[in-house]
Each structure stands twice: as C-alpha cells, then as structure tokens.
Design a protein around this ligand. Structure first.
Ligand SMILES: N[C@@H](CCC(=O)N[C@@H](CS)C(=O)NCC(=O)O)C(=O)O
Length: 250
C-alpha cells in the first residue's frame, strides 16, 4: 500500500486535479493545506523539485506538478489507469492534459488573481475546511501582500487577463469538441479529464463566467470530474473584458 502526502493550497485547481486522481486510484493520502507564497519556502525546505502545489510525497518519491503526478500515479498503481494503453490515444490524452495545464490552467489562474486583486473578500469562500494555521478571517484580512506576490509571480497584468478572456470562448469550443469526439468525458476518466475539469472549475467560481460555462458540455464535464470545487466570486471583472466571452458563448 502506498503512503502519500499531498501538499495543496485551498482552491488550487491543479491541486484539486491531483486530489481527484488520488481518489480515483483509491490511494489513501494525507492532505496538507498551505498558504500561497508561504508554500514556496516550505516546499523548498522539504526538498521537493519545485516550489508549487500540488506536490506529492509518495513511496519516498517527491513530485511537484500535476502532470508529473498523473504519470507517477500510473507507474505506482497502474489500475485504474489515467492514460489509455493504445499509443495514439495515449498521445492524444497527454496533449490535451498538457494544453489543460499550460494554456487553460495558466489563463484561469491569471483571471482568478485579477478578480481577487479587485476584491479580496471572496478568498474566504475558497478556504473551506482547510487547516492553514491561522483563522480564515485573519488570513483574508492580511492577504494583500500574498495577492501582490501572486500577481507578480503569475504575470497577472490587465492586458494579459483581457487577452485570456478574449481567448476563452475558443478554449470552451476546444473542450466541447474533445467531449464530442470522446477524448474527454468517457466512461473511464483520464488524466486530461481531471486537469481540464479543474481548470474550468476554477473559472466557474467567477459569477462573471459561470452561467456562460454551465450552459455548455464543458460545464457538466467539470462538475462530473471535480464536483466539489470551492469558491464563489461575485461579478467583479470589467464589462468590456467580458464582451468577447458573452459574444463567443452566444
Ligand atoms: N503547472 C503547475 C502549476 C503549479 C502552480 O502554479 N500552482 C500554484 C497554485 S494553482 C501555486 O503553487 N501557487 C503558489 C505560489 O506559486 O506561490 C501544475 O500543474 O502543477
């Protein structure tokens, strides 16, 4: 039996993908909740190869990154698999998973921090039952330096986020297409299902975006693979940024 500890930040989408993958595999694990930014120093001290969450310690191995985790989980416990046995289908799932991480998850992370920069109060709704070492209200009240650091670390400029939103309808079309062709949303979940469902789950925490996503196959897909995504952000993004999303969803 594998012994696993998963390091997460409450509401982190790749961390939620990792949690769902561990649960899908039936691997027992301990979850450790970290505060953003502070997480970096702790993961470094613990000698992980990177400073982001999710980071997983399992069977003496230390892995940082949701895609490294999905690969390692299949090595450690092949059943049920996260990648198809057929080589061509495996490549297709790996490509979709990589897009989910490099394009979708980065865009939704930038959108999230831009919204939180405008109003930090909704951060509290992301913490849920997490044990972060300080009272949740205090964590939110003192979050300004953490938000400023995340904005810097993740390149959260207004220009980048306006561009992310302009590209977002294309992301939704791409995911709906993959669902229609059966690459995503099949009977047997794959690593791309979890990665992409989590990225969309984060986008759906924004009331600005939720109704536009919920009406599409990708909304149902996200709810199926990451059902308990925490967080709720009332409308906060500039109306002109949302125009392309509304037009693309119509
Ligand atoms: N591409 C990485 C993303 C890692 C990442 O940026 N994680 C964020 C949370 S979503 C994090 O650790 N943020 C805290 C920080 O960088 O200070 C993955 O899929 O694991």
């Amino acid at each position: 039996m594998s012994r696993a500890t998963l390091y997460v930040i409450p509401g982190s989408h790749p961390a939620l993908a990792a949690r769902e993958m561990l649960e899908h595999k039936g691997i027992d694990y301990k979850r450790v909740d970290l505060m953003p930014v502070i997480s970096r120093g702790l993961l470094k001290v613990m000698r992980f190869p990177g400073v982001t969450v999710p980071s997983l310690k399992i069977d003496g191995r230390r892995i940082t990154g949701s895609r490294g985790i999905s690969q390692a989980l299949d090595e450690i416990q092949p059943d049920p698999p996260l990648f198809p046995a057929d080589p061509a289908r495996r490549v297709a799932v790996e490509d979709a998973e990589r897009w989910g991480e490099e394009v979708l998850a980065n865009a939704t992370r930038r959108i999230l921090w831009n919204a939180v920069k405008r109003d930090k109060a909704p951060l509290r709704s992301f913490i849920g039952d997490a044990r972060i070492g300080v009272p949740h209200g205090l964590a939110v009240a003192t979050a300004a330096p953490i938000i400023a650091a995340e904005v810097r670390i993740n390149g959260v400029t207004d220009e980048a986020v306006a561009a992310d939103l302009a590209a977002f309808p294309g992301c939704l079309d791409r995911i709906d297409g993959w669902i229609a062709e059966g690459l995503l949303g099949g009977e047997a979940p794959n690593a791309a299902d979890f990665q992409i469902a989590a990225g969309i789950g984060l986008a759906m925490t924004l009331q600005d975006l939720r109704p536009l996503i919920a009406a599409r196959p990708t909304g149902g897909h996200s709810k199926r693979f990451v059902p308990d995504f925490p967080g709720d952000i009332p409308p906060v993004l500039p109306a002109e940024w949302l125009e392309p999303v509304r037009a693309g969803a119509a």
